[in-house]
Design a protein around this ligand. Structure first.
Ligand code: ATP
Ligand code: MG
Length: 382
């Protein structure tokens, strides 16, 4: 079967790797160069986008910021999953909030902003501090402001006004203000839904962000009650979107109550641990779902942690000498802060996982790999 993926980054690469044993042939559409390429080698194919669409049995996406005309073309083929509405919702925080309100899934209190009066009203109604985000662009904490005092309103508004003004009639820009949530931690749920509406859901993952970017995830330490809460949200949202494929939902955990932060209509960085922690990774389940194949087991095999490799020229080979460590390199050119690869480490129990993270912390400097040493101490003490 032939699968076309919109986007040619590491997520397409890992979907392609997961699809190969299933006899799924993957090509990727690089939105920047507008070329069809091989997702592993980068080799450019001679086919046009339309030819790749015609040749595909199923089409999917690795990210949500896809040009509208490309999305429309793919949808016309009736082979595109998870569908235009899901991709649009994941790429626009205003649509995302509307979906959450409609399905009665809790999120941070918010206000949409298109003019200065709305910002002033948001400060009055929601209080300070506020997290202000662009609705349509932004990833890894980009396109965000933190408003802590009234003196900052003028400066932040002028930057917001520039973003709003840069929108067009066909692609208008807006802003959202959210109450700053004093969360205890961040977690995410990842699951897959097939064409018949069956779902499989992975164990909840605890995520650590540094400067707005995911640095470390741990799976395998969650209690049933919080897992059930996350699964309820997942099922409501996946059903409302008539979703097909892998869907990720990020939450704030506030004293055991989950508030949705973001919805990602795709495989997600916080699910990379599933490559070693489960029988069927998020990448394989996404490929299975869009190809119309039965979904695979999401059961946790072993507690697993994932460490992001950000901006580094390579992954130190010595990490592979630690038990049950795998390294995943994306083959991209290094830039400061860029997601270059990740390291997965599994263990028989959480204590052993802590010991293995301690061994990795000896190799991986804290400034480049924040939180590894700290997480290892916490796992060992618990
Ligand atoms: P991603 O790469 O996950 O798509 P993003 O740029 O879309 O990131 P968010 O996930 O919305 O942005 O925010 C990045 C981080 O900023 C969050 O993981 C969280 O740590 C913090 N943050 C965002 N919104 C809030 C909020 N309302 N209250 C407190 N912290 C927040
Ligand atoms: Mg996020």
């Amino acid at each position: 079967m032939n699968i076309l993926i919109l986007g040619a980054g590491q997520l397409a690469r890992m979907m392609s790797l997961a699809g190969a044993p299933l006899d799924l042939n993957v090509v990727a559409y690089d939105v920047g160069s507008e070329k069809i390429i091989h997702p592993l080698t980068g080799e450019v194919h001679s086919s046009t986008l339309q030819q790749a669409i015609d040749n595909a049995d199923a089409i999917t996406a690795e990210f949500e910021h896809i040009p509208d005309d490309v999305l429309t073309l793919c949808c016309q083929s009736n082979k595109f999953y998870p569908g235009k509405a899901a991709i649009k919702t994941g790429g626009d925080r205003a649509l995302e909030k509307a979906l959450l309100d409609k399905t009665h899934v809790e999120c941070a209190p918010y206000q949409l902003i298109t003019e200065k009066a709305h910002l002033i009203a948001a400060v009055e109604r929601l209080g300070k501090p506020l997290v202000i985000k662009t609705c349509q662009a932004g990833y890894d904490g980009k396109g965000q402001w933190r408003l802590k005092s009234d003196d900052e309103i003028e400066q932040i508004w002028s930057e917001m006004a520039d973003f709003i003004a840069s929108g067009t009639d066909s692609a208008p820009h807006s802003i959202i203000a959210e109450k700053m949530i004093p969360f205890d931690r961040e977690v995410s749920i990842i699951g897959a839904r097939d064409k018949a509406g069956n779902t499989v859901i992975y164990p909840l993952t605890e995520n650590q962000h540094t400067n707005g970017v995911l640095t470390l995830s741990v799976a395998g330490k969650e209690k049933a009650a919080i897992q059930e809460q996350a699964e309820r949200a997942f099922n409501k949202l996946a059903q409302e979107l008539d979703y097909v494929g892998v869907l990720a939902i990020e939450f704030f955990d506030v004293q055991g109550t989950l508030l949705v932060n973001e919805i990602a209509p795709r495989v997600h960085n916080s699910g990379h641990w599933t490559q070693q922690g489960t029988h069927c990774s998020q990448f394989e389940n996404h490929m299975r779902a869009v190809a119309g194949l039965p979904l695979g087991s999401t059961e946790l095999l072993r507690p697993t942690a994932m460490i992001n490799v950000l901006g580094q020229p390579s992954i130190p080979q010595s990490v592979l000498a630690t038990h049950d460590v795998t390294s995943h390199w994306y083959g991209k050119t290094a830039k400061p802060g860029r997601k270059m690869g990740h390291i997965n480490v599994s263990a028989d129990n959480l204590h052993q996982l802590g010991e293995r993270l301690a061994a990795l912390a000896e190799i991986l400097p804290e400034e480049d790999y924040p939180g590894v040493a700290n997480t290892s101490t916490q796992l060992i003490l618990n």
